[in-house]
Design a protein around this ligand. Sequence first.
Ligand code: NAP
Length: 640
Amino acid sequence: MSPSEQELDAALAAAHLPALVLSMVHLTGDPGWLKPEWRPTYTPLARGDIGVPEAEQARLRAAARPVIAAHLSGELKPAPTPGPELVRQMMDFIAGTEIPAGYVDFLSDELALSGDSSKTPDWSEDERRAAGSMKVLVIGAGMSGLLAGIRLSQAGVPFEIVEKNAEVGGTWFENTYPGCRVDSSNHMYSYSFEPNHGWPQHFSTQPVLLDYFRGVAERYGLRRHIRFETTVEAMDWDEAAAQWRVRLRLPDGAVRTETATAVICAVGQLNRPRLPDIAGRESFEGPAFHSAQWRHDVDLTGKRVAVIGTGASAFQFVPEIAGKVARLEVFQRTPPWCFPTPHYHDDVPAGMNWLLEHVPYYDKWYRFFLFWTATDGLLPAVKADPDWQGPPTAVSQVNAGFREMIAQALAAQAGERADLAAKIVPDYPVGGKRALLDNGVWVRALKRDNVALVTEPITAIEPAGLRTADGALHDADVLIYGTGFQASNFLWPMRIKGRGGRDLHATWDGDPRAYLGMTVPDFPNLFMIYGPNTNIVVNGSIIFFSECSVRYILGCLKMLAASGARALSPRVEAHDVFNARVDAANRGWAWGAPQVSSWYKNEKGRVTQNWPFALVDYWRATLAPDPEDFEFDKATAAVA
Ligand code: NAP
């Protein structure tokens, strides 16, 4: 096809120029495109600024124009895939810095220039045959469960997915509150092997995300494997038969027990709403609901509304409802940090989508840019310096500088409202909790005449409203809980009994741990995706973690099939050593700092949620299971 002049102009105007340069290297085979004067210099929090003078940008666009035209007219085919040394130079170019040597194989795998990645199952015929007699049960058809289904079918392993809801999508099916959208850039928050060149926004809204996951379920033929409205209530490991006995609640309410060789739990961390433990909660007379169970039948127009919580969910729905209600009181316990992100609600320019679709490798390098700059590249800003002597509002000099920059941006938004500025700047370090993306709508909503940010602690919920510590009654017609999820309560409310009848939740005793977040000693052939210590605070998309976990879990199934054993579970020592490392490392980050309290920590103060290393470390640790880390069912053969 030949693009029109206007199409090309629009595309070049919207291009992320460093990604465009790298596409040109692919198309022409000429590394001469990596000119020092076109190399980007990024400024923190100043997206879009690549530090290349306008005149050079114009030169670059002019040079790219005939190359793209020649490619689209069929005259120019992409050159052979560049060798590793050139790819390395290309990575350094787009990152605007030298990528550390330890990242190159990891990032090359993420980039998947040739289409292959370590995450695609690569099973021999023998392995497929051996696994053919397995029956794997996946719990959940959200982002992780669908992914597990895709990889299991690619490997030829028989499986079924059970899903408690009537549709796929998990979090993207359940959270329908006004303003719900993704807060990791969509060109990265998508499966690495399923790019979408048509995201309407950089951070698309919930219906768009749900459509994406529905589309994936269709394309991979997953629906015929899924049993909807089916809930796992309990699972018991049957030692004699070496299989899980799974008690299911069926759509008609009946209970049935079925068996599975292995179970993959893909139930998410942020799935079961948490209501605050405030006296009198049941007494409120008006409608009261949680953000994840939004009552669309309750018309908020002209109502007095109270919102508890100022986390990621409230941050999105408060600006949406503020203009509709008569009065809105937002009850804040701790303010969130927010990163200035002016393009948070912006559409993806049509020219950008055109480039993603038509210019070879542009999509891969744009994703790479997002991946590098929004993931491990951010870690130094939240690393705790053990010698830090400054105030507890930061954990290092770099962190303090970051704090200053963001605090100023928040205070500038509050403007003449000094009272508001004092309330919205957190006193804990940046990175203590996941920062939210700020394009100004939050503070604008809080500044409205009909909105108040209440920081007085809530002492009781009464029939007419909320009572605060100063004795005031804040009357309300509707109460909305933006109070988050029972995140530390992994796999709850399922009842899971492993070897010797050991109960998983009793074993954890409020302190869930797993080996690499996936397996637990004495719970054979049981795997978790997004399990303990696999969440991230600043670096990246959870889809990356799920892809790594699924690769590893399939590696375990392959190892099991090849071994001839009936079951595997991690060795206690491997599990304990790993968890000791995790705990020590978590203390070295802003989110592990003692002055920070959050849902990342359990009641004992241990960080149960977060991965305390870099993404590259999870990638490397999950490349393939090490047989030495596992015990194999001794009833039959040992591992080869
Ligand atoms: P959250 O981050 O856990 O926030 C809960 C809020 O409720 C916090 O402000 C918390 O205050 C407050 N709260 C809890 N109990 C309270 C009590 N008893 N009294 C007063 N305030 C109370 O929950 P969320 O906003 O639903 O978000 C959870 C996670 O879901 C996020 O971190 C994110 O990972 C994910 N999420 C993502 C998006 C997205 O954009 N993609 C959107 C929504 C959610 P404290 O901070 O003081 O505890």
